[in-house]
Design a protein around this ligand. Structure first.
Ligand code: SAH
Ligand code: MG
Length: 199
């Protein structure tokens, strides 16, 4: 991998206010995977943006591992393709182009890791699909779940109301201790980590 190029991609994304994964969040995910699972064969990402996090996640892959990532914004898809190629990881990342709400139900694969990082109002649905596709000992990470602190305050403004309500619904769901083992960290904009309890 061309790590110098990766730094340029990060810098450009930050300059253009594209909400890429924060360093601390990436560090937590990396540490968690390295501690528990070592190498992953399959990763699913919901929300590619310009490919930054997907490129970073290739470091978590086993030698023949693959990342599937979904993005609906055409301009970002074009940029992501360019970025992924320029770093030299195009053989490890496949971009699904379109709305994740429509694409997810068509996916048949199972994944070792799912990273949810797209429309906050859709987290309950994304999570349901992630669970369906998760391998038995797989792990789900969901970014931005505390949404600038709105989610755990009495925030009720009109503009983000649906997003906040649905994030609250998602956080309530993962609290179900009979089904999930979960934690929510205040790293970045809030990171949820969920594993399925084995019966
Ligand atoms: N994971 C990226 C950042 C993703 S930003 C990184 O850390 O580098 C969130 C992205 O999700 C945006 O580019 C947005 O266009 C996309 N998105 C939001 N809702 C979506 C949906 N329903 N389907 C597909 N992409 C979506
Ligand atoms: Mg994010």
């Amino acid at each position: 991998m061309n790590t110098e190029r990766l730094e340029e991609i990060k810098k450009q994304a930050l300059e253009e206010h594209i909400p890429i994964i924060m360093d601390d969040t990436l560090a937590v995910i990396t540490e968690k995977i390295q501690k528990e699972k070592k190498n992953l064969d399959t990763i699913l990402e919901i929300g590619t943006a310009v490919g930054y996090s997907a490129i970073c996640f290739t470091k978590l892959l086993a030698p023949n591992g693959r990342i599937d990532t979904i993005e609906r914004d055409e301009e970002r898809i074009a940029k992501a393709k360019e970025n992924i190629r320029s770093v030299g990881v195009e053989n490890q990342i496949r971009i699904y182009e379109g709305d994740a709400v429509e694409i997810l139900p068509t996916l048949e694969q199972k994944y070792d890791m799912v990273f949810i990082d797209a429309a906050k109002g859709k987290y309950p649905l994304f999570f349901q699909e992630a669970c369906r596709m998760l391998k038995k000992d797989g792990i789900i990470f969901a970014d931005n779940v505390l949404y600038k602190g709105y989610v755990r305050s009495d925030y009720n403004k009109h503009k983000q109301r649906t997003a906040v309500r649905n994030l609250r619904e998602f956080l309530a769901e993962i609290e179900n201790k009979e089904i999930y083992q979960s934690e929510v960290l205040e790293v970045g904009d809030g990171l949820a980590i969920i594993q399925l309890r084995r019966n």
